[in-house]
Design a protein around this ligand. Sequence first.
Ligand code: SAM
Length: 292
Amino acid sequence: MVRQGQTALNAAATIGELLAWGSAELQCCSDSPRLDADLLMSQALDVTRSFLFAHAGDELDDAALDRYRSLVAARASGKPLAYIVGEKEFWSMVLTVTPAVLVPRPDTEVLVEHVLRKIPLDSQCGVLDLGTGSGAIALAIAKERPACRIIATDSSTDALAVARDNANRHSLGSIEFRHGDWCEPVLNEEFDVIVTNPPYVAENDPHLENLQFEPNDALVSGTDGMTAIRMIVTQAREIARNETALFIEHGADQAKVVSQKLRDAGWCDVESAIDLAGNDRMSTATWKSAET
Ligand SMILES: C[S@@+](CC[C@H](N)C(=O)[O-])C[C@H]1O[C@@H](n2cnc3c(N)ncnc32)[C@H](O)[C@@H]1O
């Protein structure tokens, strides 16, 4: 794998030199080119990052060099690092990600924080995660509120397989995963908390060009990006009891329209909240049963 003290393959064949080269190659497409180069080298050599620091003067053999170059080329083409290394950290858990699931985002951790504020530590309440993808939201809630009864749904069986793997990987086997269209797999049940990060990008949104590696069904929702949210806001009423809280992540320009949809559908106490960049990127609401 790594040759110590042998002749360099070329002028830039030591780990240290190749990391500098990779970092320069990735300036075009990454906010963290050096970190990406480190992680790609770790992947190519199947070693930890700390190994790289301790062995910066070692040279790579041809096979390792080829692996590293092709990983850098994939990243330079815009492929998310998470899909290349097959993992992404979310809520201090390393999650498996495949091209079947959206790469979980740090902003969704803010959504989780809002949800957790609503659920007491020892609560046994029922929680529903709609469109679970990698399972990120459901797993984070299960980790922090282990007594809750958590169900997570998705219309993609491939995504559900990844989510189940992640639940097993983190010993969070109590989460129940169900296949189907939004609330349809749970229509005979009621929940205290309903959370979702649905697809919300409009079909012709130019940002989609930068998201070409992620699954279309996880991103796009009709001509205005609102198809999934409209369905969820309506369907969730059927599985809400008095004081059920609904949390929806959405686009930065959708807070007003989502709030209006929630009010039109009869949801109360509608509020928006900001993400890490200070944009209104989630809306919350409460269901009040008519008979109370
Ligand atoms: C934006 S991703 C969110 C994934 C994950 N919850 C997260 O926050 O990283 C949206 C998810 O909704 C799922 N989805 C799309 N249409 C759906 C539908 N009609 N019913 C259920 N899930 C759906 C997609 O497969 C995808 O996993």
